[in-house]
Design a protein around this ligand. Sequence first.
Ligand code: ATP
Length: 210
Amino acid sequence: MDRQDRIKRLLNYKNLLYQLQNLGFVKVFSDNIADALGVSSSLVRKDFAIFGIAGSQKGGYEIASILAKINNILGKNQVQKVILIGVGRLGTAFLQYGKGFTDEGIKIVAGFDIDPGKIDEKAAVPIYPMSNLADFIRDNDIKFAIVTVPESASRQVIDILKAEKIQGILNFTSLKIKSTDETIINNVNIEHELARLIYNVNQKNKEPHD
Ligand code: ATP
């Protein structure tokens, strides 16, 4: 969890540093980053130290070199190949969102589906039958998968992905599946997120106003 939080902060640092760079800044102090992001400057320094980002007390940090380091850590300099299982409406939306992901160094290289009617090996992002999955993962050294099958199929599909040594899964089904030592599973339940958001907004509206 701690590492996950740190990675989230790295993404925030990255966005802020790009903004500062666009404004013409070359150097930045941990205090500036801390103030802008609402965290303590000691936390910023600790994060940077953990990731081997060096700065000097007097001169602060060089923005370009922190960005290079962060992009390296986030694996942005190498394209991360991702496959998608379940080419329904949500899955199709992801496949068509190619450009947005490419900017982040992520490429969905193939979709897989159990329905023969969905197979399209000549599409911009080819869609293959499930029988091709194991070979594709091995031949292309795939480590990441997005799962957009219906809930009823999610456990079975995730078991197949685990057996094929997929290391990271983004699970969009409503079934919450636990990570294991070998496979990190991030569960994204859009319905729950919306319900939580609505609850929070309603709670806020109930608070007495000044
Ligand atoms: P649509 O009905 O248009 O396909 P949808 O998103 O509502 O869209 P879902 O029932 O959620 O459809 O299924 C999503 C996709 O997952 C479908 O294309 C379906 O064929 C596929 N799918 C279902 N079970 C499996 C499975 N076991 N392995 C791989 N793909 C599957």
